[in-house]
Design a binder for this molecule. Structure first.
Ligand code: ADP
Length: 190
């Protein structure tokens, strides 16, 4: 892993914050900030389908015909197609409506469900983008704190993963995650 901007060990898992493009990651799985339709879209979703090729969309269509729309806060797994990652875990974060429509619980659920799928498949490493903070409008500093707290809580109870990476696309997002991780690590140390 080149250029980790921040690194911590939580229980037995390495947690990394890096800047970059999640489609280039070599973890066992990368997480897609998908939408309920599972048919691709803009932002990181579009980038993953472009880089991974049509096999990902084919599998998404199969899932869609079996289960219908994927509810917010849930996750499913497909092949990684041509990506270096063997799998893509598609999860749906909440659209931000001001914070009183269950957004926090749904965002936490998107992270927990993705981690749970990775562990249940026996995967050892997973990369996340900053779910919901692009087109879905979740304020990035609030989302960063919640994303990291949810992942830390999960890792403190489950030591099956070796590595969890947050791949942050722009410097404002990276800084928001750095500030939050710093704060959370100080709290647990104190
Ligand atoms: P959402 O609809 O969940 O808000 P977006 O894809 O619009 O999802 O944005 C989520 C985050 O992913 C944003 O911070 C955006 O800048 C970032 N992003 C976009 N493309 C990539 C990429 N290739 N790798 C990592 N992050 C990306």
């Amino acid at each position: 892993m080149k250029g980790a901007s921040m690194e911590a060990v939580i229980n037995k898992t390495r947690l990394l914050l890096v800047s970059g493009d999640i489609t280039k990651q070599e973890t066992d799985a990368i997480v897609n900030a998908a939408n309920s339709g599972l048919m691709g879209g803009g932002g990181v979703d579009g980038a993953i389908h472009r880089a991974g090729g049509p096999a990902i969309l084919e599998e998404c269509k199969g899932i869609r015909s079996r289960i219908g729309r994927l509810p917010t806060g849930k996750a499913v797994i497909t092949t990684g197609g041509k990506l270096r990652a063997r799998f893509v875990i598609h999860t749906v974060g909440p659209v931000w409506h001001g914070g009183n429509r269950g957004e926090a619980e749904l965002l936490a659920s998107a992270y927990r469900e993705s981690l749970g799928i990775a562990v249940s498949r026996g995967l050892k490493s997973i990369s996340f983008p900053s779910i919901s903070t692009g087109a879905f409008g979740y304020p990035v500093q609030v989302a960063a704190g919640l994303a990291l707290k949810t992942v830390l809580d999960f890792l403190n109870h489950d030591s099956n993963l070796e590595e969890v990476v947050f791949v942050l696309f722009d410097s404002e997002t990276l800084r928001a995650y750095e500030r939050s991780l710093d704060r959370l690590l100080k709290n647990t140390a104190g």
